[in-house]
Design a binder for this molecule. Structure first.
Ligand code: SF4
Ligand code: SF4
Ligand code: SF4
Length: 262
């Protein structure tokens, strides 16, 4: 629901209630309820949103974030959108988030459902910190993975050569061509969806999923030894570190041991 429509929403609902009568209104509310309980987990929220469960509880559906967006990216879910009704979302294939430097959709939120601190560094808005979701590539339909030259998503990405990189490899099928395959860096991708919008295939071969769906979880007992910040966790866990006697166990047993630190 766009800004020009927001002001008329109440008037529209009142007129409709008068016109349809209470029974029809009841049917509308019921269908809205059904729509809400079947809400899709694939919803993409505005930048800085709380975790989905908290967001649903705290968003009052005022539409101020929608009004603040200069690109008309955001909509309030209507019956039939298969999303919790009245909550803001966007569909990157239609209109992506253009990653405004001042992120105007966030500070207008009166309920803290969009959290300024999530999108700030040292007290300043930092658009690179937005974390709406992650772009994933369907390698079976991305034509770059077939060996056909295409870098539409790579060029569209505002974090050029950071969030998407092109991986070069030779095409052994032809023996004389190369693959330039787009690879998304999950730690850099903001989920803006400009790549999804730009993808040239009929149905996008690169698309943004919410973090809960796109990302796995390694488990806290795995430590990246090459990452100084991650390695700090070892200090706190020192007393819990178990050693593994590889000589008396199979390698598979050792790998499957929960709680071991490698
Ligand atoms: S960052 Fe800009 S383009 Fe993206 S949703 Fe917010 S206001 Fe709209
Ligand atoms: S401004 Fe905040 S409370 Fe209002 S619709 Fe947007 S997220 Fe919900
Ligand atoms: S969603 Fe796509 S365009 Fe946006 S940062 Fe991630 S890879 Fe780049």
């Amino acid at each position: 629901m766009k800004k020009q429509e927001l002001g008329g929403r109440r008037h529209f609902l009142l007129s409709m209630a008068r016109g349809l009568g209470l029974s029809a209104m009841g049917a509308l509310v019921w269908s809205a309820y059904i729509d809400e309980i079947k809400a899709s987990p694939l919803v993409l929220r505005p930048p800085g949103a709380l975790d989905e469960d908290e967001f649903i509880k705290s968003c009052i559906k005022c539409g101020l974030c929608v009004e603040a967006c200069p690109y008309d990216t955001l909509f309030l879910a209507a019956p039939g959108d298969n999303k919790p009704i009245g909550t803001p979302f966007f569909t990157p294939r239609d209109v992506p988030c253009y990653m405004c430097e001042d992120i105007p959709c966030v500070p207008v939120c009166p309920t803290g459902s969009l959290v300024e601190d999530y999108v700030k560094t040292d007290g300043e808005f930092d658009i690179k910190k937005i974390d709406i979701g992650k772009a994933v590539v369907d390698t079976s339909s991305c034509i770059a993975y077939w060996g056909i030259q295409c870098d539409a998503c790579y060029r569209a990405c505002p974090l050029l050569d950071e969030a998407i990189k092109l991986e070069y490899s030779s095409n052994e099928r032809t023996g004389k061509h190369a693959f330039l395959k787009p690879i998304v860096d999950m730690e850099v991708c903001t989920g803006c969806g400009l790549c999804e919008r730009a993808c040239i295939t009929d149905k996008p071969a690169i698309y943004v999923l919410p973090n809960e769906i796109a990302l796995g979880k390694a488990g806290s007992h795995y430590i990246k030894g090459w990452d100084k910040d991650d390695e700090k966790r070892l200090k706190g866990a020192k007393n819990e570190v178990k050693t593994t006697d590889l000589s008396s166990k199979s390698v598979l047993d050792s790998l499957n041991d929960d709680g071991d630190l490698y």
